[in-house]
Design a protein around this ligand. Structure first.
Ligand SMILES: Cc1cc2nc3c(=O)[nH]c(=O)nc-3n(C[C@H](O)[C@H](O)[C@H](O)COP(=O)(O)O)c2cc1C
Length: 161
């Protein structure tokens, strides 16, 4: 069996640059479920951590079937990743919750208590690119971003990442 894929710096950079991730799970009857999560981060190169703040459906599905897929994109660069793998649920009363969940708890802040940490170990990592990358392969990142600012009607206020 080959070693599990790592979260490279390119993947971790897009995690930092993505406003949301979308977590897909499946219930016991095979019914898919997908919902957005804003509070998520990389745990080194090994795992993606997602905060359960208000996600009872995801938690219950993972307890029944740990196979999940999460996707996230940097909307301005129009690219991101799909990460599929097995998830575990770490509750507040379990050993390691505070240590593993430290970054998520800080991201969420005191008004949004983290009930569980969803820890995803990647088995497959694949690139997501907007179709424009194939259709306009010669565009620079600056040109792509300028086009998206125009399309979404927004302007950057400065700062990187
Ligand atoms: C912008 C946005 C960000 C959200 N971020 C989170 C989050 O970080 N963690 C969480 O548990 N729920 C988050 N939610 C709420 C869940 O997506 C929502 O409660 C959803 O219905 C949960 O579905 P589930 O129980 O099937 O997982 C967010 C919702 C929105 C709209």
């Amino acid at each position: 069996m080959s070693a599990p894929p790592r979260l490279t710096e390119a993947v971790r950079q897009d995690i930092r640059r993505s406003v949301l991730c979308w977590l897909a799970t499946v219930d016991a009857a095979g019914q898919p479920n997908v919902s957005p999560k804003e509070v998520f981060c990389a745990q080194g190169e090994e795992a993606i951590l997602i905060a359960d703040i208000a996600s009872p459906g995801s938690v219950s599905n993972i307890r029944g079937n740990p196979q999940v897929c999460v996707s996230f994109i940097d909307v301005f660069r129009q690219k991101g990743w799909k990460v599929a793998g097995a998830a575990t649920i770490i509750g507040r009363d379990e050993a390691g919750f505070e240590a593993i969940g430290r970054e998520l708890i800080a991201m969420a802040g005191p008004s949004f208590p983290v009930r569980h940490v969803i820890r995803l170990t990647p088995q497959r990592i694949s690139r997501i690119l907007a179709p424009s990358y194939a259709i306009f392969p010669d565009r620079t990142e600056e040109e792509r971003m300028a086009e998206i600012y125009r399309l979404y009607g927004v302007r950057p206020i400065g700062g990187e990442d």
